[in-house]
Design a protein around this ligand. Structure first.
Ligand SMILES: Nc1ncnc2c1ncn2[C@@H]1O[C@H](COP(=O)(O)OP(=O)(O)OP(=O)(O)O)[C@@H](O)[C@H]1O
Length: 369
C-alpha cells in the first residue's frame, strides 16, 4: 500500500482505479494456495496437517478459516508469512511464489503481512509507543518518520493519548488495539488474525471487529482470520473456508456456507448458532415412524432466496402440512432461514422433496404431539 493511500485512509481501488479480476486474485493483497500440503514430524510420528489445499484469497476481502481443533487452521495461516513452509505445493502472495524468497525477500514479505494474536504478544517493559514503534526500528526507519507513523497508527486504532502507558495498565481490548497498531505501522497489504478476539469479552470483541471492518474498508487491507467463534465469521467475513483433518471441507460466501452448510464438519461447527428446534418438539421426536397416524417432521433450510412457498409444498404433499417453527435472519444482505413442518398421514414425502430439494425428514411425532 502506498504511503499516500495509508495516510488518506483510502482503498487501493480508489487510488489505482478499477481493479481487474486478475489483479484481484494475483495482485497486491492476494494469496493463492496451490496444492499445499504440510507434514509435521514429531516423536509420535508423522502428522499430515494440510492436504492438497488450493484456494484463492482476493485483495481487500475479509476471509475466515474455520475448522475443529487440529483441523490445520494455524498451519495454513502460518504458511502465508512462511512461519511454516509447505511440504508440498506452493503459496503465492501478490502472485509471487514465497518459497523462492531468500532471507532479505522474506523480511520484506513479512513487512507486507501484519499479524495479530490471541494473547496480543506485547512487550510488558515497553510503552504503547515503544511496542508499536518496534517493527519500524527493526526496519531501520528514521526516528522522525517513526514518530509520525506511530502517531498515525495509534490514531487509526483510537489510542491517541495512550502512547506513554504500559500494557499492564490497559484493558484486553486496548491491548489488542496496540497489537493492531503494531501490525499496521509497517503499512501491510495483508493482516493475519490468529484468534484475535478469543481472549476478549463479547462487547470488546464487537468493538475490535468493528475496528477491523473499519480498517478493511478504509485501507483496503486483506484480512485473513482464524477463529473458533462462528459469530465472528458471520459478523465480518465475506468468504470462509472450512478445514477438516487438513482438507477443504467446503468454501464459499459466508451467507451460503452458514445458511446451507453441506459438510458434517460445518454443521457441527455451526450447531451453537443454529436456531434450535423448540424443546418440546425435540422431546417428542422419534427417529422412526411408530404407526400409520404418525406425522413426519420436515426440516427445510434455505439461503440467498425467498422462503419456499408453503401452498406449493402443501399441494405437492397432497395432505395437510402444519407449520411447527420458522425463523429467518439476514447475513450479508441474504435471507437465511429454517422452516419445520409436520406432515400428516398419507403425505407424499418424495413429492415434497422434489418440490423443495433441501427438505429433509428429521423424525416423526405422533398425531397428538
Ligand atoms: N510443530 C508441530 N509439530 C508436530 N505436529 C504439529 C505441529 N504443529 C501442528 N501440528 C499438528 O498438526 C495438526 C494441525 O494443527 P493446527 O495447529 O494447524 O490445527 P488448528 O486447526 O489450528 O488447531 P487448534 O484450533 O486447536 O489451534 C494437529 O494434529 C497438530 O497436532
Amino acid at each position: 500500500m502506498t504511503d499516500a493511500a495509508f495516510s488518506a485512509g483510502l482503498r487501493p481501488s480508489a487510488v489505482q482505479g478499477v481493479v481487474s479480476l486478475d489483479s484481484a486474485v494475483r495482485g497486491p493483497g492476494t494469496v493463492r494456495f496451490e496444492g499445499v500440503g504440510k507434514v509435521f514430524h514429531s516423536s509420535a510420528g508423522e502428522v499430515q496437517a494440510l492436504k492438497d489445499i488450493s484456494l484463492d484469497i482476493r485483495a481487500g476481502e475479509v476471509f475466515g478459516i474455520i475448522g475443529r481443533s487440529g483441523a490445520g487452521k494455524s498451519s495454513l495461516l502460518r504458511t502465508i508469512n512462511r512461519l511454516e513452509a509447505p511440504t508440498t505445493g506452493r503459496v503465492l502472495v501478490d502472485g509471487q511464489d514465497i518459497s523462492a524468497l531468500q532471507e532479505d525477500g522474506l523480511v520484506r514479505l513479512r513487512r507486507r503481512i501484519g499479524m495479530i494474536f490471541q494473547h496480543f504478544n506485547l512487550l510488558s517493559a515497553k510503552t504503547v509507543r515503544e511496542n508499536v514503534a518496534l517493527p519500524l526500528q527493526v526496519a531501520g526507519v528514521a526516528r522522525a518518520d517513526i514518530t509520525a507513523r506511530v502517531d498515525e497508527a495509534l490514531k487509526l486504532v483510537g489510542l491517541e493519548g495512550k502512547d506513554a502507558t504500559y500494557p499492564s495498565r490497559l484493558s484486553g481490548g486496548q491491548k489488542q488495539r496496540v497489537g493492531i497498531a503494531r501490525a499496521l505501522v509497517s503499512r501491510p497489504e495483508i493482516l493475519l488474525c490468529d484468534e484475535a478476539t478469543s481472549a476478549l469479552d463479547p462487547e470488546t470483541t464487537l468493538s475490535i471487529l468493528e475496528l477491523l471492518r473499519d480498517i478493511n474498508r478504509r485501507l483496503g487491507l486483506t484480512i485473513i482470520l482464524i477463529t473458533h467463534e462462528m459469530s465472528v465469521i458471520r459478523e465480518i467475513c465475506s468468504r470462509v473456508v472450512v478445514l477438516e483433518t487438513g482438507e477443504i471441507a467446503e468454501e464459499g460466501p459466508v451467507w451460503q456456507v452458514f445458511g446451507a452448510p453441506r459438510h458434517p464438519a460445518t454443521q457441527a461447527l455451526l450447531q451453537p448458532l443454529q436456531r434450535d428446534l423448540p424443546a418440546d418438539l425435540v422431546a417428542h421426536l422419534r427417529p422412526t415412524s411408530q404407526g400409520p397416524r404418525d406425522r413426519a417432521v420436515i426440516d427445510i433450510r434455505y439461503a440467498g432466496r425467498a422462503a419456499p412457498d408453503l401452498s406449493v409444498l402443501a399441494q405437492a404433499a397432497g395432505a395437510g402440512l402444519e407449520l411447527l417453527s420458522a425463523g429467518v435472519e439476514r447475513i450479508q444482505g441474504h435471507s437465511v432461514g429454517r422452516i419445520v413442518l409436520a406432515a400428516g398421514p398419507g403425505t407424499d414425502l418424495a413429492a415434497v422433496q422434489a418440490a423443495e430439494t433441501t427438505a429433509r425428514v428429521i423424525g416423526y411425532v405422533s398425531a397428538n404431539d
